[in-house]
Design a binder for this molecule. Structure first.
Ligand SMILES: Nc1ncnc2c1ncn2[C@@H]1O[C@H](COP(=O)(O)OP(=O)(O)OP(=O)(O)O)[C@@H](O)[C@H]1O
Ligand SMILES: [Mg+2]
Length: 441
């Protein structure tokens, strides 16, 4: 132990740092250090304190480069709260750019303002009726303790229960639902409101009742919908219609969505007025400055830093994509013996980071495709990284375009490719073409 502490002091002295005074935490880590030191031969860049977080929807240690979107949402919340006409927000972007994380940050902002909030993750072939009911249930439960008239809440819950139970007893594929939904609502279902079975009518009535409960409490309700492009077509149309109705009445309820880059096209195919209903914010790779902030801010909180050359190398490896930034940084931190982290550490870490990405980020998605879909994607990859015409993919495969429709539609449904413009397809996953080109045929 003494030797370990001495080595820590030595390491810290080498990079000009103080040794922090002992705390309960440092004592805990201190106990782990002898084992860890043997494994990684380092303790100044301590793996236990590795701050980076590659994962789906995983909150990053520093939400970099999204100030504009956060500010915009702040304005949306403020305007809705004041009863001003306001379009809601839809975030779009490729896989791993941070849509879910941003949606969760928006939700935290609404919660801080004491709004009621709920969230759903849309799934292909699943009606939104019951997920929306659960999310609204949660939102109103947050408001209930502040409401002065319990019977208003009970009245709403009765409507909510009726809404949830008014759906078809079959799912979108015609399979019978085995279980009736148990909403955990103690009040009897109301009759004659939000229970017609027509989702557009029912949703319009339900959202307007929810907005009126929020008005009583002097706040709003925000419903967050992740993977919004997966909502079945009829349900998207019902949701847009209900939001449209609500925007005309000025009720303080907003639906905030996130999805792949073709989401605006999905919405406008369903209702032509959707462009006026939502403000679209496309989020993308982080610029150099933001990517550096994403790396440096969490490291510096742990008294670790990077050399400028290491930052250059990391930017060129991760290309500014937030998931890649986290994935590379996580491995680099674990292999780095000392602070500052250098370009040599990046060189050592890169193969491991790349193989983790190949398995976890790219491989897991590739596995979901059928053999015909894989051929389709390989042909796309052979044509380059920009959106490609479907006719060119057909030429590449020596097939008729119409014979490839099932593969293309299957890939769109699985969220692996998207078509933002008629006749063009592109990968939803950044660097996917590069990954496929590197695979043996
Ligand atoms: N602004 C940011 N700064 C730093 N890291 C970020 C940022 N946004 C997201 N990340 C990180 O990127 C990763 C992916 O984020 P997230 O899951 O939100 O992406 P997504 O766009 O929802 O992806 P998908 O389309 O696959 O659902 C997470 O590990 C997260 O911590
Ligand atoms: Mg997501």
């Amino acid at each position: 132990m003494v030797a370990t502490v001495e080595r820590a002091a030595l390491g810290a002295a080498r990079c000009g740092r103080r040794v922090a005074p002992a705390t309960r935490h440092s004592a805990f880590y201190g106990n782990l250090r002898p084992q860890l030191y043997r494994l990684i031969e380092s303790e100044t860049v301590d793996p236990v304190r590795n701050p980076y977080a590659p994962g789906a929807g995983q909150r990053p240690p520093e939400l970099a480069g999204r100030d504009r979107e956060l500010k915009q949402f702040e304005i949306v919340l403020e305007r809705v709260a004041r009863g001003r006409p306001e379009r809601s927000m839809i975030i779009t972007g490729l896989r791993g750019v941070g849509k879910t994380v941003l949606l969760n940050s928006f939700r935290s902002m609404a919660i801080q303002r004491l709004w009621g909030t709920g969230k759903i993750e849309a799934r292909p072939d699943q009606s939104i009726r019951r997920p929306i009911a659960s999310a609204l249930h949660m939102a109103v439960r947050e408001l209930a303790p502040r409401h002065r008239a319990p019977d208003r809440i009970e009245g709403f819950l009765g409507v909510l229960k009726a809404f949830a139970q008014a759906g078809p007893e079959e799912d979108a594929k015609g399979r019978a639902r085995v279980h009736r939904w148990q909403p955990g609502i103690d009040v009897p279902a109301a009759r004659g409101r939000a229970d017609s079975g027509d989702l557009e009518i029912d949703l319009t009535e339900l959202l307007s009742d929810a907005a009126s409960v929020a008005t009583d409490v002097g706040v709003g309700i925000a419903l967050f919908v992740d993977e919004m492009q997966d909502i079945p077509a009829d349900d998207v149309s019902a949701l847009c219609a209900a939001c449209h109705e609500l925007s005309q009445s000025g009720g303080p309820l907003i639906v905030v969505g996130a999805g792949l880059p073709h989401l605006p096209a999905v919405l406008s195919a369903s209702k032509s007025y959707s462009e006026r209903l939502f403000r679209y914010a496309r989020i993308d790779r982080l610029d150099r400055e933001s990517a550096d902030v994403a790396l440096l801010a969490p490291a510096e909180r742990e008294e670790v830093t990077f050399t400028p050359e290491a930052l250059d190398a990391l930017y060129s490896a991760a290309d500014g994509y937030p998931y890649f930034v986290q994935a590379y940084a996580k491995v680099v931190w674990d292999v780095a013996p000392d602070s500052p982290i250098t370009v040599d550490d990046i060189k050592v870490a890169a193969p491991e980071a790349e193989s983790e990405l190949a398995v976890g980020f790219f491989g897991s998605r590739y596995e979901r495709a059928t053999p015909a879909e894989r051929d389709y994607m390989r042909a796309m990859a052979a044509l380059g990284d920009d959106p490609v015409p479907t006719s060119a993919v057909a030429d590449e495969l020596g097939r008729k375009p119409s014979s490839l429709s099932p593969a293309r539609d299957g890939l769109i449904k699985k969220g692996l490719i998207y078509s933002a413009e008629r006749g063009l397809v592109a990968f939803t996953v950044p660097h996917f073409g590069r990954f496929l080109r590197a695979q043996p045929v």
